[in-house]
Design a protein. Sequence first.
Length: 360
Amino acid sequence: MVFAIQRHYYSRRMTSTFLATLPSELHFVRPVQLPYANLNTDSVQNEATAPTPKINPTPHHTDDILLDYLKETEVTNVNDLDRWTNSNRSLTVVTAFFDIGNYPRGGKETRGPDKYKQWIRVFAWIQNPVVFYTDSEEFEKIFLDLRRNVTSNTKVIRISRDSLWSFQMKPKIEQIFANPKYPKVKPYTTVPNYTCITHSKFPIIADAAKRNTYSSKFFAWVDIGYFREIENATKKFWLEVPTEFDRTKIGATRIFNNRLAANPSTIIRIHMNWIGAGIFLGERDVFLTFTKQYKLSVLRFLEKGLITVEQYMLGAMYSRVERIAHPQRVDIQAFKPVNGRTKTTDPWFYLGFLMYKEVN
C-alpha cells in the first residue's frame, strides 16, 4: 500500500468552492521561542538500497531544515551537463513517493498504489535531471526502470520519513485532528500521515538543492501526479524556466486571487485556495531561504492549533495579516493562467505546462 506526495486537485474544488547553495559555513538560527522549532533531521534512519549505494565520504553541512546526509543511489555520473547548464533548461526536477498505505479521499473513495504507478510513467520522458526520494523499494525499482534511458541524469535517494521535520510534527497533528470540533476534510485534516507528507516536499527539495548533483541553477518540485493529463505520453520533453519568471521568488500557479485578505485561521480551517501546490519553481539559494521560512511559519501555526496540508498553510503564510506580523524574505510569484497559452485548460496545472517543451 503506497502513497505519493500528490493529491487530487479536482477534489479541492469541492472543499473550497475545491520535497541553493548557501555557503556551507552559514547555518540558520534555531527559533528557540517555539516549542516545536527544534524538530530536527539529525537522526536519519538510512535504509538499504538496490543497487548497493555509493556513499560520499564527505558529509554534507546541514542545518535544522535540511536532511542529514543520506545513503543514496548514484546511478551514473553526468558527462553531458553542457546540454542544460547556462540555459533555461538548467533545472533539476525533484519528486518523492512515500508508503503510508491507502487513504480516504472523500465519501467511500480511497486511493492506493495503482494510480501512482500509472501517473509516474510520465517521468520516463523528462529530459531534465530528476532526483527521486522514496522509502519504497518497489517504487525505487519502478523509477529506475522508467529512467533507464536517461540514467545519466537520474538519482534515487532512499529515506526514512522519520528523519523529516514534517513527520516529526505528527504527534501534535494527531492531537489537533482528534479534536471533534476541528474541521474534518478527507484526507487533509483526517489522516496525519497525509498531512505530514504534503509538508515533506520542502525539506526534501532543500536537500536536493543543497546537494545540487547536476550543477543546476534552478529547481522544480513536481508532484508524482502533476502531469496526469499526459500519463500516456510517448514524447520526450524538457521543463524550461519561463522567461517571465522572477528569480527572487518561488513560482507557483495562482488558482484564486481574492483569498489573501482573509484571516490566516480562516484560510486554514475552511481551506481557501490561492495557489496550487503541485509544482514549485525557484533558484537554489532562494529555495533554501523559502524552505526555512516555510518551516517557521508552519510551526507557528501548529502551536496555535492550526494545521492542514501545505497548500492552505501557504495561503495563510502569505495572507495580508501574516505578512504584516511576520514579513517573509522570499515571496511567491503566482502565475495567472492564460487561456490558450499551454496545452492544458486546467488552471491547476498551468505553470508545469508553461514550462513544458517537447523534443522535436
